[in-house]
Design a protein around this ligand. Structure first.
Ligand code: ZN
Length: 546
């Protein structure tokens, strides 16, 4: 089976925090790793969303061109995804030439099929700079609370959403002049015209969607679909290939979802069609809850409107949010752990990954709490799982010089039914629950080792002790596989110690390890978190200035 997997494209100017990472990138990663282990052909597509006004604003702030800015931030993203061991097949950018070509092509097809309408609006315009001002480029007095410094789209003082035309005494942030109101035309995608076809398609697939994805989509549909502008008066974007639109670009909610296809083309060339225009492909998309409508309504609408046989999403998986110590992550307040911070703590990526999957917000919001992080890592990962593996290896070393004895399969029998549960959960991307299932398997191994105490038995019955230790070693293959989507480094070490090739996957998972195999030493799998150090990190990332 061909399985195509995408992670929501993070906005390039925002450095992802732990919540962003588990919300889409790591969720997609565990699913991709799992699908490969099940023997499927996988393409995992990841990238950055780089167009839009915020890029232009930020570039001006940092004294760079938009291109220089996105180049700078892309490197930061890549470093974080690589450090977190993300197994993407393609990592690309919405600003690539390949994406431009595909966006313009999809646009032309939708246009030809008559799914765009033209509308005229009035917008603030700077005569000095000869340009329309997007919401972020105008400031003025709030028409509601009358505080100064309200932006075109929102007033931070009272929190109300605004229309830039209503600002009192607006000023262009771009050049300091007083803007005028000027008419401009835009293209709108005619979602009402697509509604019937879209809802028919949704009801044929949404039984495969996560609870949140389904709920959010049905709320949108209940409100009725409206036309949505897909063009803007900006320079930083993909040009609209249509007469009369020479000075306009696409709205990023048009080009960003299409960038999944563009990134695939950037990565594997014309072969992208084997994935995006192939009815034998199953598409899974991962995203935070704020991104659901772009994947369940907007993106499928564009593709349906082309009348081309594009692959539409089959499994739509959305997570809720992770809060940070009962508050929100905030870059400006320096509150919370961001991807680059995690790297600098010296805590291993497996350890971070473990906890993030362990508190993955599958239905409701969850919390990142340092105390809970410490407890779960030390009790579950270090004391239960890591300890079991290390004890078995060292007992085998001590009594049998590292040579695996003959097993009788009794431990594997105990855990067999749990693997089916694990598969069912992973198939539905219930990753947190699947991880708990893996922990259950490792606990059974741990309990078996405690109950049978081969270190005592060895004094009177060395062969019996050898069988018990061998039974435990047989479990290593299964454990390395079920943990591999979550903590790939540790899984790799375990599989190497039994000379098992992880890429063989789940196929012969219950076949034991051959008698006589040399079980190689593993070393420390996970470092215990020290309470003092945890307290220091908690203080450091609290956002409270020293
Ligand atoms: Zn206000």
């Amino acid at each position: 089976m061909k399985v195509l997997i995408t992670s929501a494209l993070p906005y390039v100017n925002n450095i992802p925090h732990l919540g962003n990472l588990i919300g889409s990138v790591l969720s997609a990663d565990a699913f991709a790793r799992y699908q490969r282990l099940r023997g499927n052909e996988v393409l995992f597509v990841l990238g950055t969303d780089e167009y839009g006004t915020t890029t232009e604003v930020k570039a001006r702030e940092e004294g760079l061109t938009p291109r220089e800015l996105v180049d700078k931030y892309f490197v930061i993203h890549k470093r974080i995804y690589d450090w977190f061991n993300t197994s993407y097949d393609c990592l690309g950018r919405s600003t690539s030439e390949a994406n431009k070509k595909i966006v313009q092509d999809i646009f032309s097809k939708i246009y030809k099929n008559g799914y765009f309408i033209e509308g005229e609006v009035e917008q603030l315009y700077s005569e000095k700079s000869n340009m329309f001002l997007s919401d972020r480029f105008v400031e003025g007095e709030c028409p509601i609370c009358h505080k100064a410094g309200a932006r075109g789209d929102q007033c931070d003082a009272c929190g109300n959403l605004l229309d830039q035309k209503d600002l009192i005494n607006p000023i262009s942030k771009f050049d300091g002049t007083v803007p005028i109101l000027k008419k401009t035309k835009h293209l709108y995608i005619n979602l009402p015209k697509l509604e019937k076809e879209l809802t028919n398609w949704i009801s044929s697939v949404d039984s495969n969607w996560s609870f949140l994805a389904k709920n959010i989509t049905s709320q949108w549909l209940k409100q009725g679909l409206k036309e949505r502008a897909i063009t803007r008066d900006l320079k930083w974007g993909i040009p609209v290939p249509l007469e009369g639109y020479e000075n306009k670009v696409f709205y990023s909610w048009f080009d960003a979802p299409i960038a999944y296809i563009g990134i695939t083309a950037e990565c594997i060339g014309e072969k992208y069609k084997d994935w995006w225009l192939n009815k034998d492909v199953t598409l899974y998309q991962f995203m935070g809850k704020d991104n659901v409508p772009f994947h369940s309504i907007m993106f499928p609408s564009y593709l349906i409107a082309t009348k081309e046989p594009y692959v539409l999403v089959n499994g739509l998986d959305s997570t809720a949010y992770i809060n940070y110590e009962n508050d929100k992550f905030s870059k400006s307040k320096e509150k919370g752990v961001f991807g680059n911070d995690a790297i600098e703590t010296g805590i291993s990526s497996d350890t971070w990954r473990y906890y993030l999957y362990r508190v993955r917000p599958e239905d409701d919001d969850t919390e990142f709490l340092w105390g809970d992080f410490e407890a779960k890592v030390n009790n579950e990962l270090v004391n239960n799982f890591g300890n079991f593996i290390n004890r078995v290896v060292s007992l085998n070393q001590k009594f049998f010089n590292g040579i695996k004895q003959k097993s009788n399969g009794e431990l594997i029998e105990k855990v067999k039914p749990l693997l089916d549960d694990y598969f069912k959960l992973m198939d539905k991307s219930r990753e947190r629950d699947a991880l708990l299932k893996a922990n259950e398997i490792s606990s059974i191994g741990n309990k078996y080792l405690q109950d049978t105490a081969p270190w005592t038995l060895a004094k009177t019955d060395l062969i019996g002790a050898g069988t018990i230790i061998a039974n435990c070693i047989d479990l290593f293959k299964l454990l390395s596989l079920v943990y591999s989507p979550f903590i790939p480094d540790a899984s790799k070490k375990i599989s190497e110690s039994i000379s098992f090739n992880l890429s063989d996957g789940f196929l012969n998972v219950f076949d034991g390890i051959k008698t006589g195999t040399e079980i190689k030493p593993i070393g420390i799998l996970f470092q215990k978190l020290e309470h003092k150090q945890v307290e220091e990190f908690k203080q450091k990332f609290s956002g409270i200035k020293k």
